[in-house]
Design a protein around this ligand. Structure first.
Ligand code: ADP
Ligand code: MG
Ligand code: ZN
Length: 478
C-alpha cells in the first residue's frame, strides 16, 4: 500500500526591530539576564502596551512578498496560559483577525514550480527564557526575550515531501533576508519551524491524523525529522495501528522524535481580543507605499539575471542566493561589464574562499571593485587567467590590490613574442625524442611542450602566444 505525506509548516521569524513589540526595551541579544526589561514586558499590573509601528511595517512587507491579502482591520488577542517565562499569564498574539491571509509561495522542485498556499501571517510577542542549571536546585528566568516581536507564517497542508518542506523553508528564509526583516537563522533560533505531518493512502483525499514536530533547528533536521515521521506513521498504519494526534520533539543527537504531549492535554487558550490594544487599521495608502518600497525579490532578481546577463538558471540561483551576493555581483559588473567572467569568479574562487573561512560575503576580504580590477588585468592580458588565481589568493591573504600584488611579485604576463620564441626553441631542443613522436603524429604532445614552456617562464608566458610559437616551430624544425 502506498502512502502520501501531507505537511503544513508553521514558521516563527524573529523581526529585526531595534525595540520590542509593545515597549521601548532593546531587543539586543546577549545582555545580562533581565537587563532589557520594563514594567510592560515584565507584565506588571496596570501597564499599557503600545504597538511598535516597525513590527507592522515588517510584517506587511512579508505579507506583500508572499501575495497575501492584507486585512483592513486586524486585532490583537490574548492567548492565555500559565508558564514561568510568561509573567502576564497570556501572550499577546493575533487570532481570529490576523494581519494577512490567503497568500502563496512558489517553490522549485525538480525544475517544476509548485505553489504552496499560505493560510495566514500574524504578529505576536515572544516569551522569556527559562534557564535550567543542572547544578542548581532551582530554575531561573530571563525576560530579555519577553516581548521581542515574532511573525508567524502558517502554510496550507500543500507540502508533500521532506524535500518540498526544505525548499519552502529555504525560500521563505531567502525572502525575509531580502526584505531585511529577520536574520532568518535557524541555528540561533531567530527562524523557527514546527512541522505538521500526516499520511494518507495515495489517491485518497481525506487527511490523516497529524503529528506536530517541534525543535527543528536546522534545515537538515527539518528534512530528517519529516522523513523519520513519515516512516514512523507508515509503520504504525501498516501494522494495523492508529496514529494519535500529538506533539513530538525531535532529538537531533539521536535522530529520532519522542512524544511530548498528546491531544488530551491540548491547550485551550481562551483567546479573546486584548482590551488594551486598538484594532489595527491598515488603509490602501499604507499598503501602496509599502508595495512601492518592496525591494526586488529573489525570483524576480533571478529571472532578471538570466535575461539581462544571459546566465544559466543554476548560476543565477547561486548569485541571487542572498541579496548581498547579488549586490556584490552587480557592483562588480559596474566596473567590469562581463557577466560570465564575473559570475565564474564569484561562484568559484570567491564563494570558495568565503566558505573556507566561514564568513559572509559582506565581510569578503576582496571587494567587488577589487575583483573587477583583477579581472580587468586578465582582460587586458597583463596577467594570465592561471596567474590570476595566485593573485586572487594573495589579495585575500594580504588585503593588497591586484595591481600591487602583480607589481610586487613580478607576475606581469610575458607577451614579448621573441622572448617566448627563445624559450620555445630551447624546449624543442631539449626534448628531441618528444619532438620526434610529435612529428610522427602524436600531436597531443603539444600539451607537454606548453607545460615545459610555462614552467620555464614560471607561468607568466601568454598561453596563446606560446601555442602559436610551438605550432610554428614544431612544424618548421627539421
Ligand atoms: P495548531 O494551532 O493546532 O498548530 P494551526 O492552524 O496553527 O494549528 O496550524 C496547523 C498547521 O498544520 C498548518 O500549517 C496546517 O497546514 C497543518 N495541518 C492541518 N491539518 C493537517 C493534517 N491533517 N496533516 C498535515 N498538516 C496539517
Ligand atoms: Mg501548531
Ligand atoms: Zn519592556
Amino acid at each position: 500500500m502506498e502512502f502520501e505525506p501531507v505537511i503544513g509548516l508553521e514558521v516563527h521569524a524573529q523581526l529585526k526591530t531595534r525595540t520590542k513589540i509593545f515597549c521601548g526595551c532593546s531587543t539586543k541579544f546577549g545582555a545580562p539576564p533581565n537587563r532589557h526589561t520594563c514594567p510592560v514586558c515584565l507584565g506588571m499590573p496596570g501597564v499599557l502596551p503600545v504597538l511598535n509601528k516597525k513590527v507592522v511595517e515588517y510584517t506587511l512587507r512579508m505579507a506583500l512578498a508572499t501575495n497575501c491579502t492584507i486585512a483592513n482591520q486586524s486585532r490583537f488577542a490574548r492567548k492565555n496560559y500559565f508558564y514561568p517565562d510568561l509573567p502576564k499569564g497570556y501572550q499577546i498574539s493575533q487570532y481570529e483577525l490576523p494581519i494577512a491571509e490567503h497568500g502563496y509561495l512558489d517553490i522549485e522542485i525538480e525544475k517544476n514550480i509548485k505553489r504552496i498556499g499560505i493560510t495566514r501571517i500574524h504578529m505576536e510577542e515572544d516569551a522569556g527564557k527559562l534557564i535550567h542549571d543542572p547544578d542548581q536546585p532551582t530554575s531561573r528566568v530571563d525576560l530579555n526575550r519577553a516581548g521581542v516581536p515574532l511573525m508567524e507564517i502558517v502554510s496550507e497542508p500543500d507540502i508533500r515531501s521532506a524535500k518540498e518542506a526544505g525548499s519552502y523553508l529555504r525560500k521563505m528564509r531567502r525572502i525575509v533576508r531580502y526584505l531585511e526583516i529577520s536574520d532568518g537563522n535557524l541555528e540561533e533560533g531567530s527562524f523557527r519551524c514546527d512541522a505538521n505531518i500526516s499520511i494518507r493512502p495515495k489517491g485518497t483525499s481525506p487527511f490523516g491524523i497529524r503529528a506536530e514536530l517541534k525543535n527543528l533547528n536546522s534545515f537538515k533536521n527539518v528534512e530528517k525529522a519529516i522523513q523519520y515521521e513519515i516512516a514512523r506513521q507508515k509503520e504504525i498504519l501498516l501494522d494495523g495501528g492508529r496514529i494519535v494526534q500529538e506533539t513530538r520533539l525531535w532529538d537531533p543527537a539521536k535522530s529520532r522524535s519522542v512524544s511530548m504531549r498528546g491531544k488530551e492535554d491540548a491547550h485551550d487558550y481562551r483567546y479573546f481580543p486584548d482590551p488594551d490594544l486598538l484594532p489595527l487599521v491598515i488603509d490602501k495608502e499604507w499598503i501602496e507605499s509599502a508595495k512601492n518600497e518592496l525591494p526586488e525579490l529573489p525570483d524576480a532578481r533571478k529571472d532578471r539575471f538570466c535575461k539581462e546577463f544571459e546566465l544559466l538558471p543554476e548560476a543565477a540561483e547561486v548569485l541571487t542566493s542572498s541579496h548581498e551576493t547579488a549586490n556584490y555581483f552587480e557592483n562588480c559588473l559596474k566596473q567590469f561589464p562581463y557577466p560570465r567572467q564575473v559570475a565564474n569568479w564569484v561562484m568559484g574562487s570567491l564563494l570558495g574562499l568565503l566558505n573556507a573561512r566561514g564568513i559572509s560575503i559582506i565581510d569578503s576580504p576582496i571587494s567587488p571593485a577589487g575583483l573587477a580590477e583583477l579581472l580587468l588585468l586578465i582582460e587586458q592580458e597583463v596577467i594570465s587567467g592561471k596567474i590570476a588565481k595566485t593573485v586572487f589568493d594573495e589579495m585575500a591573504n594580504s588585503g593588497k590590490t591586484a595591481k600591487q600584488v602583480v607589481a610586487e611579485k613580478g607576475l606581469v604576463q610575458v607577451t614579448d613574442v621573441s622572448a617566448i620564441d627563445e624559450v620555445v626553441l630551447k624546449v624543442i631542443k631539449d626534448h628531441p625524442s618528444e619532438v620526434k613522436k610529435y612529428k610522427n603524429g602524436k600531436t597531443r604532445l603539444i600539451g607537454f611542450f606548453v607545460g615545459r614552456v610555462m614552467k620555464a617562464t614560471r607561468g607568466k608566458a601568454n598561453p596563446k602566444i606560446v601555442n602559436e610559437a610551438l605550432l610554428k616551430h614544431l612544424s618548421t624544425n627539421p
